[in-house]
Design a protein around this ligand. Structure first.
Ligand SMILES: [Zn+2]
Length: 193
């Protein structure tokens, strides 16, 4: 589920649509969380779909660390790539704002972290400083964002968390451990709003 203070807007004719903040979303805010309505498509089901779905799946789903494709039911599936993303952490089962996302700014993630197939690489025109120019399967992508993820996850209990009801404490603890933080935050309860 995508953060409620977001909406779909048109970016341009090439990129199409994207997800934009309708209010300021502070760093450390959960911006997306895997929820029970999202579909996790394992290999047997994907193979049964046939080749005509391949392009659609490449465009609208991402790969989780287990090799499944995840189809988000809501606007989350329209999040665009940036080489300097505002959100990260999808392998954790949630994403967090890596920076303060201002009203009108786009929520993005680094598709290099999404376990791309070789055929899913693309020329990037994100325009971010340091744009890699080509987004492709990238084994170092996770490590690249670890410092930002750690800093953002350290703020989990410091900012309002509209998605707190979606993310279980066990998922949060696992996420904190995955980035090398103590599993238990100073204050355990997220500030649900
Ligand atoms: Zn780029």
């Amino acid at each position: 589920m995508i953060h409620p203070d977001t909406e779909i807007r048109r970016v341009d004719d090439v990129v199409g649509i994207g997800v934009f903040a309708t209010k300021r979303i502070p760093r450390g805010t959960l911006t997306w969380a895997l929820d029970p309505l999202d579909q996790i498509l394992a290999a047997p089901r994907l193979e049964g779909l046939g080749a005509q779905w391949e392009g659609w799946l490449d465009h609208h789903t991402y790969h989780d660390p287990s090799g499944n494709r995840v189809l988000c039911w809501d606007a989350a599936r329209s999040m665009n790539h940036s080489c300097r993303p505002t959100c990260g952490g999808s392998d954790l089962g949630f994403e967090v704002a890596l920076v303060d996302i201002e009203e009108g700014e786009q929520l993005t993630n680094d598709y290099g972290t999404l376990h791309l197939d070789a055929r899913e690489g693309f020329a990037c025109r994100c325009g971010a400083p340091g744009c890699r120019g080509l987004v492709e399967p990238d084994g170092s992508a996770w490590e690249r964002w670890l410092p930002e993820l750690r800093a953002a996850l350290a703020l989990l209990t410091e900012v309002p968390q509209p998605l707190a009801p979606i993310v279980t404490p066990a998922i949060l603890r696992a996420g904190r451990r995955a980035v090398g933080l103590p599993a238990t935050a100073k204050r355990r309860r997220l500030h649900a709003v």
